[in-house]
Design a protein around this ligand. Sequence first.
Ligand SMILES: *Cc1c(COP(=O)(O)O)cnc(C)c1O
Length: 391
Amino acid sequence: MIPSILPTYNRAPLSFVRGEGAWLIEADGRRFLDLGAGIAVNALGHAHPALVAALTAQAGTLWHTSNLYQIPAQQELADRLTAATFADTVFFTNSGTEACELAVKMARRHFHDAGQPDRTQIIAFEGSFHGRSSAGIAAAGSEKMTHGFGPLLPGFTHLPWGDHDALQGAITGQTAAILIEPVQGEGGIRPLPDQCLKGLRDLCDERGILLILDEVQCGMGRTGRLFAHEWAGVEPDIMMVAKGIGGGFPLGAVLATEHAASAMVAGTHGSTYGGNPLACAVGNAVMEEVATEAFLQSVRARAGYMRQRLEALVAAHPDVFEAVRGTGLMLGLKCKAPNTDVLAACYDQLLCTVPAADNVLRLLPPLNITEAEIAEALSRLDKAASTLSSC
Ligand SMILES: *Cc1c(COP(=O)(O)O)cnc(C)c1O
């Protein structure tokens, strides 16, 4: 008999009933240290007082009105995001997947209205993840995500990660955009070198192509800058964000330049919930905390400490781990043992981590995790690895 929840997830036998900062409390009272943060969603940990206050204040006032009307909190959040980034304009969604949908529509409509209706092709990369909608799975292109779901949305070309020659050869007069994660998340914490992102920007400029960055996982302070592309000193035309931007409340966005967004006039796109008062109240509170140089500096400091400790962990368990990957607090342990075994051993030590492709274990702690908590996490990782290397 089919379970009453459609069985599309492989769930761990854990149910958490409360969260406090970087800690998750299981129904039986056990306290887990959370290095998953809801897959990079709980950027400020669980039950952050400023987020709880923003949400509860809004909940007692007005939940939802529709985008038929002005939404002051949405305007405020858009102003904050455009002030802090390359973008001139923002559209709010409820998820990263919906941000992907709009990014694709925006790029195609841009060229359509510019008198180049044949420019519809989008170049994407193997190992990428852009969500589970028809556009999202077509963009990722992997057998795992697309199997049996055809016919797929046409117009996507998939290139190997980091193959410059393939990229040069794939661009045609029909190329509208290049879509890429500055740091692949699901694909196994694979950062795109700054030089490559610069090269992509130059290529897009030369050929009049739009650069779409998917910062759903690597954005919102995760790498120690507000957005990951800032490290390379380049700017996209369109950017997808979600996950950390809502700190746990469903919120996503597409940020764009005026040029890229010029065709998206009234009536071309919409969303019932996107940018509603509840979501934007929380979004503003998250921005207030995260989008400061002091906070981002503290992320970089914590990240440096965690990386150093992880390098030592890998050196101490060469039969379990191969290497540390990633940047900022978007870190991965490339495993030698099956990453699912390491994941299970971590659960035994009351530590939450997240598996990824390429036999990687992702470590995506809340951005405000303390150094003492990082030290505790490393001690638990060390114990977990010891149980695996002894057998
Ligand atoms: C999670 C994720 C998405 C999809 O976001 P949802 O909110 O799950 O729809 C898209 N792109 C990247 C890089 C992601 O990590």
